[in-house]
Design a protein around this ligand. Structure first.
Ligand code: FUB
Length: 467
C-alpha cells in the first residue's frame, strides 16, 4: 500500500506506553505540547504522582518528552498522590504550569504554579506556597490571556470559580468569583477565546461524564450553555476536554479507559488520552461529536525520515497489541525512560515488540537505516516493515552484542522503501530488555538528492476533514 496522496491516520488512544489523563494541549512555536496527568500502572483509584509531556507536529506521531513536573516540584504538597489535571500557558518567554495538589493534613485541595524557560521544563515553584490556598473543589485549573493582556484562572468541581492573575502569572489580584455554572457542569473546565467568542468546555453530567460547553461575550461570563459536545458513555466514568486549533484544524482531546479494559474487565482509574478533529460551525458553535473511536485523526503532513527521529516518537506501540478486528490484548512491549539529563529514550524492548511510525515519506528511495543504541543484550534485530507489522521488509539491522551504556550508531542497507508508508520497527531477540534505543535516521539513495520541490511536496497539507 502506498499512501502517496498524503499521510497516515492516528490511533486512539494516542499514548500506549503509559496511562495518561486530563489532556492540556499547548500550541507553541509550531508544536503541539500535550501536558497530561499520569495514572500509575497499578492504580485502582486515582494514583497520580507526576505529569507527562508529549509533543507532535503531525497529530499522529507523538514524541515522549518525559516528566516536566511532579509532586516534588511543590515541596510543600503531599508527595504520594494528587497530581491532578494541569494546564500550561506561555507568556513573556516563560511557561507557567498550574496544577491542583493536596497539602498534608487538609481535606481540601490547593492550586500551585510553577515556571520554566522551556515547554519541557524543568518547572520550578517560584512562590514556595499554593497560588490558590485550600478551598473546596479547587481542582482542574484552566488559564487564558484576554486580548487586553488580563489573564484569568478558572477552576472547580462541582462549582466554577475564577480569579484574575497579575502580569507575573504567579500572583492573583481581586476577589475569587463564583460564576453561575451551566446546569450540567461537573469539573475539568477548558477556557479559551477564539475569534470574538469566549468558550468554556467542561466535563459534564457526572458520572459517566460527557463533555459540554458554554459560550460568553467576555472572559468573565455570563456563560450561556450550548449543550453537549460529546454524550457520556457507560464504558467510561470520566472525560476531560482540551481544545486547540493547530495548522488550520480544530481538535478535541479527552480520555477513555480502553487500555485498562485490555488488562482487566474491572474499572480502575487507568485512563488513556484520545483525540478527535472537528470543524466549528459558522456561528462559532462546536458540533456534537460521537464517542471516542479507535481511529484518531488524519496526519497533517508525512514524517521526514532523513533527519534524526527520536525513538520515542510513536504512533502506536505493541505494549498493547491491537488489530482492527480484535480490539485490544496485551503484547510484548516497549517503554520509555528519562535520563538525569532530561533526555528520553526507549528501553525494556521485548522480543516481538514494535514501534509504529505513521506516514513516513521515503520520497524517491532510502539507501540505509541508522539506529543509535546502547546496552545491547544478545544479537537483537530491528526489522523494517512497511504498512503493517507483517508488511514488506525493506531492511534488517542486527545489533552487536555490547552491554556498554554509551550510545553508538549501527547501520543496515535498505531496499524498496519509497513514497509514503507507515513504518514498523519490529524488535526480535531473546528476552525482554533487548537494548536501549535513542534515535534513528534513514539516508536517501545516492544521486537522488532531495530537491526543495520534493521537500515541499512531502510537506503538502491534506485537505482537512472533520471526523
Ligand atoms: O485526574 C484526576 C481528576 O479526574 C481530574 O482532576 C478530573 O478532571 C478528573 O479527570
Amino acid at each position: 500500500m502506498s499512501l502517496t496522496s498524503g499521510g497516515a491516520q492516528a490511533d486512539n488512544p494516542i499514548v500506549q506506553t503509559r496511562f495518561t489523563a486530563d489532556p492540556a494541549p499547548l500550541v507553541h512555536d509550531g508544536v503541539v505540547n500535550l501536558y497530561t496527568g499520569h495514572d500509575e500502572d497499578r492504580a485502582y483509584g486515582f494514583d497520580m504522582r507526576d505529569w507527562r509531556l508529549y509533543s507532535s507536529t503531525d497529530m499522529v506521531n507523538w514524541t515522549d518528552r518525559g516528566s516536566p513536573a511532579s509532586l516534588k516540584t511543590f515541596a510543600w504538597a503531599e508527595q504520594d498522590n494528587g497530581a491532578w489535571a494541569p494546564q500550561v500557558i506561555a507568556r513573556d518567554g516563560k511557561f507557567y504550569f498550574y496544577a491542583p495538589v493536596r497539602v498534608a493534613g487538609r481535606p481540601d485541595t490547593v492550586i500551585g504554579v510553577a515556571v520554566a524557560d522551556r515547554p519541557e521544563g524543568p518547572f520550578r515553584d517560584p512562590i514556595g506556597k499554593p497560588l490558590i490556598p485550600a478551598r473546596t473543589g479547587a481542582i482542574d485549573p484552566t488559564v487564558a490571556i484576554d486580548d487586553d493582556g488580563q489573564a484569568y484562572l478558572y477552576w472547580g468541581n462541582p462549582d466554577l470559580w475564577y480569579v484574575k492573575l497579575n502580569r507575573d502569572m504567579t500572583s492573583t489580584t481581586g476577589p475569587v468569583i463564583k460564576v453561575a455554572k451551566p446546569i450540567d457542569y461537573q469539573e475539568g473546565p477548558w477556557f479559551y477565546k477564539r475569534g470574538p467568542h469566549y468558550y468554556m468546555a467542561y466535563s459534564s453530567t457526572c458520572c459517566p461524564e460527557g463533555i459540554g460547553y458554554a459560550m460568553a461575550d467576555k472572559a468573565t461570563g455570563p456563560w450561556v450553555p450550548k449543550g453537549p459536545i460529546m454524550d457520556p458513555n457507560a464504558a467510561s466514568t470520566g472525560n476531560h476536554p482540551g481544545i486547540i486549533d493547530y495548522k488550520g484544524r480544530s481538535y478535541l482531546f479527552g480520555f477513555h479507559y480502553e487500555l485498562n479494559f485490555a488488562l482487566t474487565p474491572l474499572h480502575h482509574e487507568r485512563r488513556s488520552i484520545t483525540l478527535r478533529q472537528f470543524t466549528y460551525n459558522a456561528d462559532g458553535a462546536i458540533p456534537r461529536l460521537p464517542w471516542w473511536d479507535d481511529r484518531g485523526v488524519d496526519q497533517i503532513a508525512p514524517l521526514d525520515p532523513y533527519r534524526w527521529v527520536e525513538a520515542e516518537t510513536i504512533a502506536w506501540t505493541s505494549r498493547i497489541g491491537r488489530d482492527r478486528d480484535r480490539p485490544y490484548r496485551w503484547a510484548p512491549g516497549v517503554t520509555t525512560a528519562q535520563g538525569e539529563d532530561g533526555r528520553v529514550h526507549v528501553t525494556r524492548i521485548a522480543d516481538r515488540s514494535y514501534i509504529k511510525i505513521g506516514g513516513v515519506d521515503f520520497r524517491r528511495g532510502a539507501a540505509s537505516f541508522a539506529a543509535s543504541v546502547a546496552r545491547v543484550h544478545g544479537r537483537p534485530t530491528i526489522t523494517l516493515h512497511l504498512d503493517r507489522v507483517d508488511g514488506p521488509v525493506v531492511g534488517s539491522l542486527a545489533l552487536k552484542n555490547d552491554d556498554s551504556p554509551a550510545w553508538r550508531t549501527e547501520t543496515a542497507p535498505v531496499t524498496g522503501a519509497n513514497d509514503v508508508h507507515d513504518l514498523f520497527l519490529v524488535f526480535n531477540g531473546g528476552g525482554d530488555a533487548l537494548f536501549d534505543f535513542d534515535r534513528w535516521q534513514f539516508r536517501p539513495l545516492e544521486g537522488l538528492e532531495i530537491s526543495r520541490r520534493d521537500q515541499d511536496a512531502s510537506r503538502r497539507v491534506r485537505p482537512a476533514s472533520a471526523s
